[in-house]
Design a protein around this ligand. Sequence first.
Ligand SMILES: Cc1ncc(COP(=O)(O)O)c(C=O)c1O
Length: 356
Amino acid sequence: MKTTSIVKVSKAEKSKLEQIDFDNLVFGKTFTDHMFVCDYKDGKWQTPEILPYQALTIEPSAKVFHYGQAVFEGMKAYKDEAGKVWLFRPEENFQRINKSSKRLNIPEFEEDFFFEGLNELLKLDKDWIRSGQEAGNALYIRPFVIATQPGVMASPATEYKFMIICCPVQAYYTKDVRVKIADYYSRAANGGFGAAKAAGNYAGQFYPTKLVQEEGFDQVIWTDDTSHEYLEEAGTMNIFFRVNDKLITCPTSDRILDGVTRKSVIAMAEKLGIEVEVRKVTVKEIIEAAENGSLKESFGSGTAAVISPIGTIGYKDKTYDLVKPEDCYSAQIKKGILDIQYNAAEDPFGWRYEVK
Ligand SMILES: Cc1ncc(COP(=O)(O)O)c(C=O)c1O
């Protein structure tokens, strides 16, 4: 066992690396050799550890199973052509998991535990990260916190586990997505916890998403819960519309996840000289724009795919197909962000963080 100044490290005896078919990865199914674990008990976070990836033993009465006290993050590590490993704006993910935790009455995590733990974990598992911007090769990193205290009393737990697990991935959506605008179900409500990356937000999306998938769509575009007149998010992505030459996205709120990619898209678009407007977006104006041809593009933004162009929007019983223009904004913005992520371009924003 090795101990860094903060983290206790127990290495896996044998790596699983040779058994992995890196050309046929299914997103989120293959995990690296190690995981980061830190327990909260007696009112504080205990010594963090890196252990071989393994199953957990948790009592069936643990509160996470009953009351859903669970939050998570999604981030990625990239390897450049020289073999250096990079994270993209990791402090944003750290701040967001603590914001999510606070909303679910989970104790906030320690910043040095997070960064040193993540750094050590990535150093140990760096051979799991392949270079290759074209193929979208990267390591998807999943930090999460669960309430482990046994007992079925409906009250916040006094014991938690903060963990980080990682899986090698390739490009996420490869084809343009088909989305359907929600006119009945909602993802989040005013005063609720839509802005938190809380497990329950995702559980609540599965059924409405299944219904639209049965109609041939991939994802739901979520609208506001009161009137369903305002467009908010696309499945697990923030959403952008290009009307004529302007890029429009709605502001974040306590119903919408404040995406790291969303804010990076806004900054990159502005750098590329694209006019960006952050304001409420109505279903009516987007449908009218789709009908009169001024809706030139639409896309979702998120860590998994960076940008997923939307090919078809469904609303009530109509569908609207979008044909990408030659000066496609989404392709330009995606390339700009990917070049920074893979250390293939200058980083004027200071977004990259080297793992060493
Ligand atoms: C609901 C939701 N909205 C937006 C996003 C995009 O956030 P980010 O760009 O930080 O990945 C995510 C995903 O990860 C999400 O789950």
